[in-house]
Design a protein around this ligand. Structure first.
Ligand code: ADP
Ligand code: ZN
Ligand code: ZN
Length: 709
């Protein structure tokens, strides 16, 4: 709004919410007098762009425009809060993206207003027909959404209304979620951690790292910090890594905070999502729990942002804008004077080094860390199941209980290899070895599959070797050797079906004697009581990746896995780590639970090599229909940016493996000025884009890349 006495500013700069880089700038529109007050910076407006009606966000107002005949702003459809608008501008600049793409992240979804979903509560079964009794059985004891019951019981709204008229059920507004949890007495370490969060909250914000093994009571710390924020009228966002784990994580928060919790996840229908966003904006929901993108939730007066399991790779968004939710959380915390709390049993070197306040929860609440035994695979011919592991599993089979076995590779075998001529079966389109699944060979990058051959097409030999064991082979072996154990498998092949991971985990929880075999999914934070044994088939395998983060990830994986063994109230757990090289630093330190020592060593190495957190990485990934095209793009980018990046280290172009028939190459920049690098690259890529289109090539800028393959 214009101050009294000055001329109203009749022009609004509007960033259209369209993805094309060619329109990556605000356009001027005329502000009709009746919309003058509403067309503020941050207003979501409707405008005409070309011949299309699109949504856009007002980035500013001006007295005049260079454009002669301005089109008018057509309508005002909402507002992006000021802090989120600033955040979007920061994201566009930091991740070399466009303002429109960044704005799309913080703009609440377009959703028609719908009346709140009614809920059904069972009153009585007296006088119900057989069919009605069946429906009542589907409803259960707790109230549930009407549409859920209609779907679950295969009935209609009309039937339910008739049941209401006969006094069998009540149909009413959503009941307040019950607060069901018990208040515990904080340990001294937890109290200190809460104090650090509250101090930051009350002194204008800041970062806190809560380092503690699984079960050490981190979640309780988050809950208390949020409680304080709520008392002060401020809201909270809790980020959790895996969408499959969100229901569990959300349950803890709902139990404490009741109906003021909103849960955001990718499985929400657009209508439900819209409802949740409205509840958040209207301050009905003050605590938001969700995965990565929940960091953009429009919580007014934000006080606390929690990033749980901060080491998890899913916090990086692998599409434009390639933002890192951990950095976004830190930035948002600064913009809104909120405290950002990171929690992990295995913090990243970046967090260990960069977060100002660090608090450690040294012990498990009422439990001890498991004893870890390292087994040398060279001395025991039993790959994938060595003698000590077989013995330990035998104890579970005899005595009951649960065991977890990690093999971080899907399928039956890692590769198929001709023993006569050494041919390895590879994907035609991706230059990677194919993996054996049942009787088929499959590419883990593009999904292409072919039947398993009977003979080698190059030399005719039928002596074909399956190299390495995948989860499916370990599963088969376990079934064969332990007929009385329930053998369950959890990996991406299983997880592809929706809801499957939860179902598998629930079966595992209920089983009297079971072993769960799987990829890294089994190492993540599921709270399963009574896990007696956790084992790793092949610890070296995680290190055989050409990535400077391989050690860090392997360490985190081993530590997370041993966290699965022996939870509070259980007897001390046991961990077996099989390794070809038992002297590996990662294996030895993980066995000793020596997180600090590992990280200090890792930081020294990073400093010497100029890796994060000492320098930031910016990667340009070029892809094209031939190796020459891909290299040519990388070369062109390098020549264009080099003069502007004084003091930065440029590595490459280096070729990468072919993926889905695209030849790839990348350029790596180690820099102390990532914003400058992003700005320079954004310009260079825009200037190159006509050439890129002609050559059917792409160039993607990735700031803080998480993978270099
Ligand atoms: P984390 O988030 O580190 O895995 P949780 O906060 O989930 O740990 O705590 C693990 C278990 O210990 C939970 O069942 C929790 O209720 C319980 N717990 C946490 N803090 C305490 C405490 N101070 N006293 C007793 N039990 C606690
Ligand atoms: Zn051969
Ligand atoms: Zn492939």
């Amino acid at each position: 709004m214009s101050p009294p006495g000055s001329e109203p500013a009749p022009v609004a700069a509007v960033a259209p919410l369209v993805t094309a880089r060619a329109v990556d700038r605000p356009f001027d529109y005329a502000v009709p007098p009746e919309l003058d007050a509403a067309v503020r910076r941050g207003a979501i407006v409707e405008v005409e762009l070309g011949s299309r009606r699109v949504r856009g966000v007002v980035t500013g107002r001006a007295q005049a425009s260079d454009v002669a005949a301005l089109k008018p702003v057509l309508a005002v459809a909402g507002e992006v809060p000021a802090a989120l608008l600033g955040l979007a501008e920061w994201i566009a600049a930091t991740y070399a993206s466009t303002l429109a793409r960044a704005l799309a992240l913080v703009t609440p979804p377009e959703a028609e207003a719908r009346p709140p979903e009614p809920w059904v509560r069972v009153l009585s079964a007296e006088g119900a027909t057989a069919r009605q009794a069946e429906i009542l059985a589907h409803a259960g004891l707790a109230p549930l959404p009407l549409s859920d019951l209609v779907a679950a019981a295969g009935t209609t709204r009309e039937t339910l209304r008739r049941m209401r008229d006969r006094g069998l059920v009540a149909i009413e507004a959503m009941p307040p979620a019950p607060r069901t949890d018990v208040r515990v007495e904080l340990t001294d370490a937890q109290a200190a951690a809460v104090a650090a969060c509250v101090e930051a909250l009350e002194s204008g914000g800041g970062d806190v790292l809560v380092h503690g093994v699984t079960g050490s009571g981190k979640t309780e710390v988050y809950l208390r910090a949020i409680e304080r924020a709520l008392e002060q009228g401020r809201g909270a966002i809790v980020l959790v890594p895996e969408i499959a784990l969100t229901p569990q994580a959300a349950a803890r928060f709902t139990a404490r905070f009741g109906a003021t919790v909103a849960v955001l996840h990718s499985g929400l229908s657009p209508g439900r999502r819209g409802t949740e966003h409205r509840r958040i904006a209207a301050r009905e929901a003050r605590v938001v729990v969700g995965a990565r993108s929940a960091v953009f939730a429009g919580v007014p007066d934000l006080g606390v942002i929690v990033v749980d399991e901060e080491h998890d790779a899913s916090y990086k968004h692998e599409a434009d804008p390639r933002y890192d939710a951990r950095r976004v959380a830190a930035k948002r915390g600064r913009l809104e004077r909120a405290v950002t709390v990171y929690g992990s049993a295995t913090p990243r070197p970046e967090a260990w080094h960069g977060v100002a306040r660090r608090v450690s929860l040294p012990a498990r609440v009422g439990g001890r860390l498991p004893a870890v035994q390292i087994v040398d695979l060279r001395l025991d011919g039993g790959y994938p199941l060595t003698r000590p592991l077989l013995d330990a599993l035998g104890e579970v089979e005899d005595g009951g209980g649960r065991a977890i076995v990690l093999q971080n590779r899907r399928g039956a075998a890692a590769a198929l290899h001709c023993r006569t001529c050494a041919r390895t079966w590879r994907c035609d389109r991706c230059d990677v070895a194919l993996t054996l699944h049942g009787r088929r060979l499959r590419c883990h990058h593009c999904g292409a599959a072919e039947p398993m051959p009977k003979a080698c097409p190059r030399c005719g030999s039928v002596d074909l070797a399956q190299i390495g064991a995948g989860t499916a082979r370990v599963e088969a072996e376990l079934q064969r050797r332990f007929p009385r154990l329930e053998v369950l498998r959890l990996d991406a092949d299983i997880a592809a079906g929706r809801g499957e991971p939860e179902a598998t985990l629930n079966r595992f929880r209920r089983s009297e004697a079971a072993v769960l075999v799987g990829t890294q999914l089994v190492a993540k934070g599921h709270d399963v009581p009574g896990v007696k044994l956790a084992a790793v088939i092949d610890a070296d395998q995680a290190l055989a990746v050409p990535d400077f983060r391989a050690e860090e990830r392997a360490f985190a994986l081993l530590t997370q896995l041993s966290g699965r063994s022996g939870r509070p109230g259980d007897a001390r757990g046991r961990v077996i780590v099989q390794a070809w090289d038992p002297e590996l630093r990662v294996v030895v330190l993980a066995a000793r639970h020596a997180v600090g020592e590992f990280l200090e060593g890792e930081l020294e190495r990073r400093r010497a090599l100029g890796y994060p957190p000492y320098r930031r990485l910016v990667r340009v990934l070029a892809a094209g229909p031939s190796g020459d095209v891909a290299d040519g793009v990388s070369d062109a980018v390098r020549r264009a940016v080099e003069p502007a990046l004084e003091g930065d280290v440029l590595l490459g172009p280096a070729p990468l493996f072919r993926l889905r028939d695209r030849f790839r190459s990348h350029l790596l920049i180690k820099t102390e000025h990532p914003l400058r690098a992003a700005a320079v690259l954004r310009g260079v890529v825009r200037d190159l884009s006509p050439d890129l289109r002609r050559a059917r090539a792409t160039a993607v800028v990735d700031v803080d890349p998480q993978s270099l393959s």
